[in-house]
Design a protein around this ligand. Structure first.
Ligand code: NI
Length: 178
């Protein structure tokens, strides 16, 4: 039996969050367990998306659940080797946040609609169009697999300000852990 685990989430700045991740090979029980652990970690945070590099695993795996309505059925999605295959010219602005950049939010402009292809947990190829919050989330998570954070879309000054806050947060946490 494999026990599921909530994993620690890396905080920016961290070289692992700046790494281009490797594609996963064929589906395996290890990868399914990784996705389950990531979903558990994401729900616990709580967040609506999580990418493997955020827990220090440099492989192309993301999980999401953008269902926000209270009482609605959860809709956990795990994607392996996800790829945007088409995106709309029409854009959308969302105030984004990130579990690796706690309590910092900023407006980011992205394509409103994206077509995404990925391998599911059964090793089957899937392709689907995403809109609204799901589209923003899937693009944000796929960016993580290429070492890109939402603050990379901001002006340098704003990005540096947020990075300095995160460095301070990490120092405080390290002190508390002593
Ligand atoms: Ni993120």
């Amino acid at each position: 039996m494999i026990a599921m685990a909530i994993l620690p989430i890396l905080i920016h700045p961290d070289p692992r969050l700046k790494t281009v991740c490797e594609p996963v090979p064929d589906m395996s029980d290890e990868l399914r367990t990784l996705a389950d652990d990531m979903l558990l970690t994401m729900y616990d945070a709580p967040g609506i998306g999580l990418a493997a590099p955020q827990i220090g695993v440099l492989q192309r795996v993301i999980v999401m659940d953008c269902v926000k309505e209270e009482g609605a059925e959860p809709k956990p999605v795990a994607m392996f080797n996800p790829e945007v295959t088409a995106s709309s010219d029409i854009t959308n602005v969302y105030e984004e946040g990130c579990l690796s950049i706690p309590e910092q939010y900023a407006e980011v402009t992205r394509p409103k609609l994206v077509q995404v292809r990925w391998m599911d947990r059964d090793g089957k190829l899937q392709e689907q169009e995403f809109d609204g919050l799901w589209a923003t989330c899937v693009q944000h998570e796929i960016d993580h697999l290429d070492g890109k954070l939402f603050i990379d879309y901001l002006k340098p000054l704003r990005r540096q300000m947020i990075t300095r806050k995160m460095q301070k947060l990490k120092r405080e946490r390290a002190r508390k852990a002593l």
